[in-house]
Design a protein around this ligand. Structure first.
Ligand code: KG4
Ligand code: ZN
Length: 348
């Protein structure tokens, strides 16, 4: 039996959780900065790290109180040390080191992407059994698009990843092009509801049978269509939010067509990977896995069980970091107090 305090500050959520045995969520507190970043049309790194500093103490205290946990009950302190924004990661890592030192507890460094994998191991009811091995997990978030084979606990192989934009990044950039605001994923999903997903014939990058992804061609195709309907052009790299004169743009049809183009490739490659590696289950995780069309199509097209975490575990949280930390604890994999942040940390 382990009881672990986990901290996650890799991006724009300040989060802390108390997790028992890598499965039971005793508390899971997330302070989102989304309203602050919305006005910049994306995440502003310096503001993100300052907000983490302001919020972290309260978030950790709330996690301990909600768990009814005493500091002496804890077995370890776990923290995300990469990948993510350097300044944001530093806030969580330094806080975790301070707590581990003051409480004389082991420190555990966790890869944020491992966290997304392990969100599938957290219990949200008593009936559902934990995932079986081997499983294939599609991690799709604002920063990552990775297909991962999970052979056993802490034993993964990355089968494919994006060569350019992450799936969530593509949603965010295309939403900005279409004047739909930030974050783009939910905005596109909403706009697409009344649209026809076959209205525009958009490209799907299949990359000659590899399990890698690419969304830049799709993004450019949407840009070309938007340009046809507008005289003012905005580069997808622009960070400023500009309201374009889009009155004549068929927003719902374009949003639906874009969403289906992304979903088609994600589902096709995940199903191919599951078949190739004889996966017992397909798992999906990360902010984009909140997308209702992705969930629906993955379940409809896969020939094996598909497990989708509840929405609050799809987006960034510390519970998933605590789930990984339990297995690192059992394996005796502890960090020293010189644990450093690794902004481009990879899986496997
Ligand atoms: O996992 P996450 O909360 O943070 C990162 O680690 O990046 O993912 C955020 C990303 C954003 O790009 C957002 O647009 C996308 O997830 N997202 C969605 C949906 N909800 C959030 N994308 C598509 N459909 C959604 N419903
Ligand atoms: Zn994430």
């Amino acid at each position: 039996m382990t009881k672990i305090l986990a901290i996650e500050t890799s991006c724009d959520e300040t989060a802390a959780a108390v997790i028992e045995n890598g499965q039971h969520i005793r508390s899971n507190v997330v302070a989102s900065q989304i309203d602050i970043h919305r006005r910049y049309g994306g995440i502003f790194p310096e503001i993100a790290s300052r907000q983490h500093i302001l919020a972290l103490t309260t978030v950790v205290q709330d996690a301990m109180t909600q768990a009814g946990a005493d500091w002496n009950d804890l077995d370890a302190v776990a923290v995300t040390h990469g990948p993510g924004l350097a300044g944001s990661l530093l806030v969580g890592v330094n806080a975790a080191k301070g707590m581990a030192l003051a409480l004389d507890l082991p420190l555990i460094g966790v890869n944020h992407l491992e966290g997304h994998l392990y969100s599938n191991w957290l219990k949200t009811d008593d009936e559902t059994p934990v995932p079986r091995f081997p499983s294939v997990c599609l991690i799709v978030s604002g920063g990552h698009t990775e297909l991962v084979l999970i052979r056993g606990h802490l034993d993964y192989e990355v089968l494919g990843r994006t060569l350019d934009d992450a799936a969530g990044e593509a949603f965010d950039k295309v939403a900005r092009l279409m004047g739909l605001g930030y974050p783009g994923g939910p905005a596109i999903q909403r706009a697409a509801q009344e649209g026809n997903p076959t209205a525009f014939d958009l490209p799907r990058a299949r990359l000659r049978g590899t399990l890698d992804f690419s969304f830049s061609g799709l993004k450019t195709a949407v840009l070309r269509i938007v340009q046809r309907y507008t005289d003012k052009i905005q580069s997808p790299a622009d960070t400023a939010v500009v309201q374009l004169p889009l009155r004549s743009l068929p927003v719902a049809h374009l949003a639906a067509s874009f969403q289906m183009a992304v979903v088609d490739v994600l589902v096709e490659k995940t199903c191919q990977a599951a078949e190739r590696f004889d996966a017992a289950e397909i798992l999906i995780s990360g902010g984009v896995s909140a997308n209702t069309v992705l969930r629906r199509e993955m379940i409809a097209r896969a020939d094996r069980p598909v497990r989708v975490p509840p929405l609050f575990l799809c987006t960034d949280n510390a519970a998933m970091i605590g789930a990984v930390a339990h297995h690192r604890f059992l394996a005796g994999q502890f960090a020293d107090l010189d644990l450093d942040v690794i902004p481009n940390l990879r899986l496997g």
